[in-house]
Design a protein around this ligand. Structure first.
Ligand SMILES: N[C@@H](CCC(=O)N[C@@H](CS)C(=O)NCC(=O)O)C(=O)O
Length: 212
């Protein structure tokens, strides 16, 4: 049985934003049966030697598909797309666009927006991120907004794993007010999060994952 290591209990601030949601969303879209191995973050389940053997960084998510162990949400989503033949075109040119936009989500966009989020978190309330960092994140969001003018999805005509990554990066990593000036980004985010598979994913996560 396909196993996903995800959170069973996590601190309140992170609950609802964790990266196991990316995998859960893809599984729901694909319709692949799976089993969740729920880990308790405050209880240090991610630090156990058994878990570190699966992921040396002690992070969520990890999958174990009959002995094929994969960590990193992007790698897991691409594995699922290849395995199922869904959420990614089968031709080389289409696949290249999906790869391109998966990497864009996880490097070009996630790096500045997550750094900004982290500075806020570690600086505490009232702390101000540097203007350079703020400017970096805003520049990338504006450029992404331009790309999305007249596009429904990020990589191809159809919804792909790149959309799962990009939506989650924008949704979980970006402070809401940052998306305010970007009409195309907001419409894109709404289009993706209105999908029944995402709604079902959030519903099941909220029912299952405890807040610490
Ligand atoms: N690049 C990794 C990042 C994974 C990650 O940061 N996971 C967080 C949860 S969203 C985690 O497990 N944090 C716990 C920790 O680092 O102790 C991915 O995309 O899978």
């Amino acid at each position: 049985m396909f196993k996903l290591y995800g959170f069973a209990r996590v601190n309140e601030g992170a609950r609802g934003n964790t990266r196991d949601l990316r995998v859960l969303w893809a599984l729901e879209e694909i319709g692949l049966p799976y089993e969740i191995v729920g880990l308790d973050h405050p209880n240090h389940d991610l630090d156990s030697p058994a878990y570190r053997a699966l992921n040396p960084f002690g992070q969520i998510p990890v999958i174990d598909d009959d002995g094929v162990v994969v960590s990193e949400s992007g790698a897991i989503l691409l594995y699922l797309a290849r395995k199922s033949g869904k959420l990614m075109p089968r031709d080389l040119a289409g696949e290249a666009q999906v790869l391109r936009w998966c990497f864009t989500a996880l490097t070009t966009i996630e790096l500045p927006v997550l750094s900004l989020w982290f500075v806020n978190l570690s600086g505490g309330k009232g702390s101000k991120p540097s203007e350079a960092l703020q400017g970096w994140a805003e520049m990338r969001l504006k450029q992404l907004d331009g790309w999305l003018e007249n596009r429904r999805f990020i990589a191809t005509e159809d919804f792909t794993v790149a959309d799962i990554l990009m939506t989650h990066v924008l949704d979980a990593g970006t402070r809401r007010e940052m998306l305010q000036p970007y009409r195309n980004l907001q419409a894109y985010r709404a289009r993706c999060t209105e999908r029944p598979a995402w709604k079902q994913t959030v519903h099941a996560y909220e029912a299952r994952v405890e807040s610490a």
